[in-house]
Every structure is written in C-alpha cells, then in structure tokens.
Design a protein around this ligand. Structure first.
Ligand SMILES: Nc1nc2c(ncn2[C@@H]2O[C@H](COP(=O)(O)OP(=O)(O)OP(=O)(O)O)[C@@H](O)[C@H]2O)c(=O)[nH]1
Ligand SMILES: Nc1nc2c(ncn2[C@@H]2O[C@H](COP(=O)(O)OP(=O)(O)OP(=O)(O)O)[C@@H](O)[C@H]2O)c(=O)[nH]1
Ligand SMILES: [Mg+2]
Ligand SMILES: [Mg+2]
Lengths: 291, 277
C-alpha cells in the first residue's frame, strides 16, 4: 500500500529530521500513482499534489512519525480537508415542503437513494413524499412505488403523466397534506444530453427544489469530472450522494466531483436495502482513497 | 517543418494523460508510453505527428483479438447476463433479444432477478414491447428455480436462444457470487455446455474497479466475454484494455444508448479511434 511504498522511498533516501523538496517530490510520485489508481481525475491529482508539496516541504518530521508516515499524514489531512465536512444536514426550507431533487447518470442509484432518503426522514419523525418522475425507464415508477409501499411513504406519479406534471402535482400534494420533504426521483440521463438537461431545468423552474443532489456511483472513473461539471453547469448541484460504497472501489471520483463543483458530499450509499444510507465521513473516505 | 512540435516531456505527459483520462490506468498508460519511447529511441518514430498513430497501433494490437462474436451456435444457446448493480444488464438483455428476434431467431427471456424492486416488471415490460416471452416467478422466489424453468422451456420448445437476466451484485459479496455460481451450475447440469455465453456487463464510466470486477466474476463463473455499456457518454471505457491484456477476455458487445437498436458488436478500430483521437 501507499505507506509501505513511501517507507521504501524514505529508507532509500536516508531518513533525516526534515522533509525536503527532493524527498517529498519522490514521495509524491507514489502519491500520484495511488490517487490515479483510486480513480481521482488526473487534473485533480496534479492540483492536489502541488498543494501537498507546498504543505509538506520544510516540515519538521514529528518525533512520533517516520518521514513516510509524515507524508501520508499530510496527504491524508489534505484529502480530508478537501473532501470537506459531512454535509448531510440538508437544511429544511423556510416554508415546507422542503424539496429534494435527485439527478445523475443512468444506473447511479437515484431511485434507490430516493427511497433511502424517504426512510431516513421517516426515522427522524418526518413525513416525506416521493415523486416518481422517471417516465422513460420501463417499470421505473413501479420500482419507486414498490419501495414507497414498503416504507409507508406515498408516491406520486401515474403512467402517461409527464415528468413536469408529476413534480408539480407532487408539490401540490405535499403542500396540501403537510408532507415534507418532497423527494423527486428523475430519469437517469447523460450530462451531454441537452434536451434531457433542459427537462431538469424545467422541473427546477417549476418546483424550485431546495436541494439538488447529484447521485454518483463510487466506481466512476476519470469521467466523474466531466459529469459533475456538466450537470452543475446545466442544472446546478447543491450536494452529492456517493453510492455503492459497499463495494471495493476506492472512490476517488468523490474528490474529483468535490474539486470541480465545490459541493459537499451529503450521504453515502452502502447497500441495496433502504436502510443503507449513511452520513458522509471525509476521514473514512480519505483513508479509502489512499488505499 | 519548422513549426513541427518536438517530442519532449510535455508531449509524453500529454499522451500519457490522454490514456489515463480514458481510464486505462496509470500503470498501463506508462507501459504504452515506455514502448513508444523505445520506438523513438530506436528511430522507428522520429516526428511528434507519428505518436498518436503509434499509440493507436499499440491499442489495436492489444484489442483486435478481443473482438469475437457471440457463440449462439447451439439449440438453445444460453446467454447469462451478469454484473454489478446498474451496469445495464436488463436493458442489454432486451436489446439482444430484440435484435436476435429481428434476425429470425426464436428467443426466450428469463427474469432471474427476483430480488430488486420491480426488476421482473422491468424485463416483462421490455418483453411485451419486443414480443418475447419472459419466464418469471413471484418476486422473492429462488432465482435458480426461474433459471431451471427457463432452460427446461427453451429446450422443450427447441428455441434458438435463452437470455438470462440476473440481479446486479457487487463482486465483493461472496454470498451473491456463490448464488451466481449456482445459477451457472443449474444451467450446466440441465444443458451440458451451457451457458454458452456468460457476459459481464460493464459500465463504461467505471474506473479501475472494472478490472477487479472482471477478475472476480471471471474467477467465480468463467466469463466468456464482456459487454461494455454506456459508450454513448463521454467515458471511453479504457479499463477494458487492461481486462483484455491481463485476463484475455473477449469484448463481445457494446451498449451505445438506451434504445433497442443501441447494441453493437465491439469494433476495436472505432474504439481505439475514440480512445486516441
Ligand atoms: N450495493 C449497492 N447497490 C446499490 C446502491 N445504491 C443503489 N444500488 C443498486 O444499484 C442499482 C441501480 O439503482 P437504481 O436506484 O435503479 O439506479 P438509478 O440511478 O435510479 O437508475 P436509472 O433510473 O436507470 O438511471 C440497483 O440494483 C440498486 O439496488 C448501494 O449503495 N449499494
Ligand atoms: N446511455 C446509456 N444508458 C444505458 C445503456 N445501457 C443501459 N442503460 C441505462 O442504464 C440504466 C440501468 O440499466 P439496467 O438495464 O436497469 O441495469 P441493470 O444492470 O439491469 O441494473 P440492476 O439490475 O439494478 O443491477 C437504465 O436507465 C438504462 O436505460 C447504454 O448503453 N447507454
Ligand atoms: Mg431510477
Ligand atoms: Mg437489472
């Protein structure tokens, strides 16, 4: 792993009490490889490594750590700082319902996450409502209806109803019944599909979501930067949900998405069941990314 | 000639980053760059303009052998579709069924994802749309029972192709991998030689984890190939280069959209041109 590789470098360079530009540069080549292996976008890696270099050089090696451990610590701390705080407290709207909208690529986990969020808020004593606004994928509405029924959460959306009409009706229903938050599930779409991005903008104009969440698969590779950047520019993102973290993907896409959008990661998906949603812990993801 | 670009560190970095950006991975990108450097050292390449074609040639050499057609020369030919959650298995089953049917084959689908909400309905909707029967049981039933019934029906009716859709599963979940191995055994026991295709459906947006997926699925059930989906996005799916090189797995199909016609044979030349434009 990274620590062992760095240890080898410092052993060879001769341990001294100070991290010099030379020994840190060599160490950072290893760090770069580790981050790329972890799927962090190569441009994000470049910026990150520069920051670590600036932060590490000239540092006195702490008495308790070897130089290798010191570099790992600087890298880890820098990662934690960049990944940001745990943003899972989605602020309630001043006037209910609070509207949460889920967007993202096909298969990223939006529908499942919508149900997980509904369960999350139910366990907190709230009364959420779901909108099944994916009218494209066969049985997408059935999928959310089934999950909603399991949770005792109402689901709005009839076959043949347009996505915009579903969202509008769901909002009216939420307001009328005093239900909050309203969680909108949308169809998966490409970040380069202009008409589908326009649909998201139309929904956004219609129901004014307070939180637009980009749902990102933790195994996403270099393309995460393009996806996040395009969705953010086309629709605007407030926070991110990183799914399928119960696998062994290192999750570097999270750093890419955070870097390019500046938005916090609110939640992580850790399984297929509706209880598998956790608040984001930057330190845990940092360790995972470093391998 | 004065305006020609030099072959310098900046160019090597740019070319390597092109491969990394396509998800080939740092190690493989460095490997190809080193081979290219050798060509420059030996003088077989002297101009910067020759480097991209050189990289394309390396990639084509690596990928051309991977382009193999589906082995459907059996009656019934059984295709098992598998892979991690959300990769595009169900949609690929529908696409393949539609295309084979359009080609005059008799096709049967099996809804062996009995776990996920509305998974059976999703395949049934597709089946209705394309006029292909979907063997299914109640949600929550044993996938092995569905597979057993489907193979029995396909054989009894002398159908041309049976396509089995399975539940998404992360390769890290050993109990789910065991279940998949069991499904394969059920098929093999009923029909020696089957499944004739065990295809891992891989999302082209997947990074380095795609290799772990292929390795583990291959160890668990002996894959016959990979179907790379969502190539209509901006991800290039370069992780398949590593999969082909290290696991010698064929790439049999690519998904290029959400419609029934958006399934194509793997074309190495087109793929390489997209990787290194
Ligand atoms: N293991 C695991 N599977 C997940 C997680 N989140 C979602 N899934 C699974 O991933 C697959 C895709 O999830 P969906 O919720 O259908 O994804 P989606 O984004 O709504 O897909 P589209 O609507 O087609 O774009 C399903 O098999 C889910 O059960 C997670 O955190 N862990
Ligand atoms: N753009 C694009 N989308 C695709 C492609 N293949 C599948 N999809 C979409 O990806 C999403 C997931 O597809 P599914 O077929 O449900 O995936 P799956 O592997 O069966 O998912 P699980 O059964 O939940 O594991 C759907 O929205 C599909 O329309 C493709 O080639 N391109
Ligand atoms: Mg969905
Ligand atoms: Mg499926």
């Amino acid at each position: 792993n990274l620590s062992t590789r760095l240890q080898t470098i410092f052993d060879r360079l001769g341990g001294r009490g100070r991290l010099t530009e030379e020994n840190v540069q060599e160490a950072l080549r290893e760090v770069r490889v580790a981050l790329l292996e972890a799927d962090v976008n190569f441009k994000v890696v470049r910026t990150f490594v520069e920051r670590v270099l600036a932060r590490a050089v000239g540092q006195d090696v702490l008495k308790s750590l070897t130089p290798a451990q010191q570099v790992v610590k600087v890298v880890h701390d820098e990662l934690v700082e960049l990944l940001g705080g745990s943003g899972h407290r989605l602020a309630p709207a001043p006037h209910p319902p609070t509207v949460i909208m889920l967007i993202g690529l096909q298969g990223s986990g939006k529908t499942t996450t919508a149900a997980k969020l509904a369960r999350h808020y139910t366990t907190q004593g709230q009364h959420p409502i779901l909108a099944a606004a994916d009218t494209y994928r066969p049985a997408a509405q059935d999928q959310l209806q089934t999950l909603g029924a399991e949770l005792g959460v109402p689901v709005v959306g009839a076959p043949g109803e347009a996505p915009l009409a579903i969202c509008r009706r769901a909002r009216e229903e939420a307001a009328a019944r005093g239900l909050t938050p309203l969680i909108l599930d949308t169809a998966g779409r490409l970040h380069i599909d202009e008409p589908m991005l326009e649909e998201l903008r139309a929904i956004r104009r219609e129901v004014a979501p307070h939180h637009v969440l980009l749902v990102v698969d933790a195994m996403t590779g270099q393309d995460a930067v393009n996806v996040a950047e395009r969705f953010n520019r086309a629709v605007g993102i407030d926070a991110v949900v990183l799914t399928k973290l119960d696998g062994d993907a290192r999750g570097g896409a999270a750093l890419s998405v955070r870097s390019v959008t500046g938005r916090p990661i609110a939640f992580v998906g850790t399984g297929e069941k509706t209880d598998a949603l956790e608040p984001f812990h930057p330190d845990r993801l940092a360790s995972r990314i470093l391998g | 000639l004065a305006s020609e670009r030099p072959i310098d560190d900046a160019l090597w970095e740019e070319l390597e980053e092109l491969l990394i950006a396509a998800d080939l991975g740092a190690a493989l990108a460095a490997d190809f760059a080193n081979r290219a450097r050798e060509e420059v050292m030996f003088g077989t390449v002297t101009r910067a303009a020759e480097l991209r074609p050189l990289f394309r040639r390396f990639l084509l050499d690596a990928l051309a052998p991977a382009a193999q057609p589906l082995d459907l020369d059996h009656r019934p030919a059984v295709v098992l579709m598998l892979g991690v959650n959300g990769s595009g298995k169900t949609t690929t089953c529908a696409k393949l069924a539609a295309q084979l049917r359009a080609g005059g084959k008799s096709v049967l689908l099996a809804a062996a994802d009995t776990f996920r909400a509305a998974a059976i309905e999703q395949l049934q909707r597709w089946g209705e749309r394309i006029g292909v029967e979907v063997v299914h049981q109640a949600a929550g039933s044993d996938p092995a029972a569905v597979v057993f019934d489907a193979v029995k029906a396909a054989a009894a009716r002398s159908l041309d192709v049976l396509i089995v859709d399975t539940a998404g599963r992360l390769h890290t979940k050993s109990n789910l991998m065991d279940e998949l191995a069991k499904l394969r055994r059920v098929i093999a026991r009923q029909l020696p030689g089957a499944p004739h295709e065990a295809l891992m459906v891989l999302d082209a947006t997947t990074g380095q984890n795609g290799f772990a997926q292929a390795r583990v699925f291959h160890e668990a059930i002996a894959l016959t190939g990979v179907c790379l989906t969502k190539l209509d996005g901006t991800a290039r799916g370069g992780i398949v280069v590593r999969i082909v090189r290290e696991l010698t797995l064929p790439i049999k199909l690519i998904g290029v959209g959400e419609r029934l016609e958006d399934l194509q044979a793997f074309d190495p030349a087109a793929f390489v041109d997209a990787l290194v434009p």
